[in-house]
Design a protein around this ligand. Structure first.
Ligand code: PMP
Length: 288
């Protein structure tokens, strides 16, 4: 039995869920999206994801065809139709059908698409042994070009970085910005632990402000760990005591090697593991 996909108020079987080849989402990557987790039937941080979606849409002058409440309701409706309680939601809003020209004002019918699927969890060894990263040559989009704070449907910047790390035989890439400061990974935010403090790049470094990143900052403060946004260079990564990545799908993944250098003692660190435990506790007792 295939899963049903929501498009503009209707549910379709996956094979019948289609959009036009004239949709500017396809022609130009013109649209915005969210990746969201559902734990125990509850949409985790639903409000934050919807707020970020609306901010992304506003930033590209895409008028949302639904209210925030309607979007949340449509997600619940799609989950219910598919009988999913632990799931991943991909929520997309495309610019809609236009001409072959760029003009977004020719597009009058944005497509709201909700795909819900069971989770493809990352391999357990990522969490037990930790990940290896490399810094890659492709720099993160400059905030004055396509601001990485916009979760846009154009991920080529990240895909180029992904190609570069895979070619180097490593699963994940550290992207730097044009000034050489650490930005983020291809689909995750990056943190380090140094002298008992938790540090992560600020928005101006060229990052998507991850919802998981926000939760981890909250958890750190609850645990009495100072959590700060700070510009960092590769030097800061190399001399860090611990490093980890955060993201909706990944949750918290320890990083043990960067550019062939061991981070700390080359094993997932105690602060990382404590935050992971707190995070899992938060999601199993998820209140939304
Ligand atoms: N950075 C990028 C580029 C991302 O695509 C994502 C989401 N996959 C993240 C960071 C993490 O954001 P979140 O915690 O909201 O999933």
């Amino acid at each position: 039995m295939g899963l049903k996909v929501y498009i503009n108020g209707e549910l379709y079987e996956t094979e019948d869920a289609r959009i036009s080849v004239y949709d500017h989402g396809l022609l130009y990557g013109d649209g915005v999206f969210e990746g969201i987790r559902v734990y125990n039937g509850k949409i985790f941080r639903c409000k934050e994801h919807i707020d970020r979606l609306f901010a992304s849409a506003r930033a590209i002058a895409l008028e949302m065809p639904m209210t925030r409440d309607e979007v949340a309701e449509a997600m619940r409706h799609t989950l219910d139709a598919n009988g999913l309680t632990d799931a991943y939601i991909r929520l997309l809003v495309t610019r809609g059908i236009g001409t072959l020209g760029l003009d977004p004002y020719e597009c009058t019918n944005p497509q709201v698409i909700i795909i819900t699927d069971s989770l493809a969890l990352y391999p357990p060894e990522y969490y037990e042994k930790g990940l290896e990263l490399v810094t890659v040559p492709t720099v993160r989009n400059h905030p004055n070009a396509v601001n990485p704070r916009i979760k846009s449907m154009n991920y080529l910047n990240n895909i180029l970085a992904k190609i570069e790390c895979l070619q180097a035989g490593v699963t994940e890439a550290v992207m730097l910005n044009k000034e050489g400061y650490v930005a983020e990974c291809t689909g995750d935010n990056i943190f380090i632990v140094k002298d008992g403090k938790l540090l992560t790049p600020p928005a101006h470094a060229g990052i998507l402000e991850g919802i998981t990143r926000g939760v981890v900052m909250e958890l750190a403060r609850e645990a009495g760990i100072e959590a700060l946004e700070k510009d960092m260079t590769r030097f800061d990564l190399y001399v860090a005591d611990e490093c980890f990545l955060t993201g909706t799908a990944a949750e918290i993944i320890p990083v043990v090697r960067i550019d062939s250098r061991d981070i700390g003692d080359g094993k997932p660190g105690p602060t990382t593991l404590k935050l992971l435990e707190m995070f899992r506790d938060r999601t199993t007792n998820a209140t939304g």
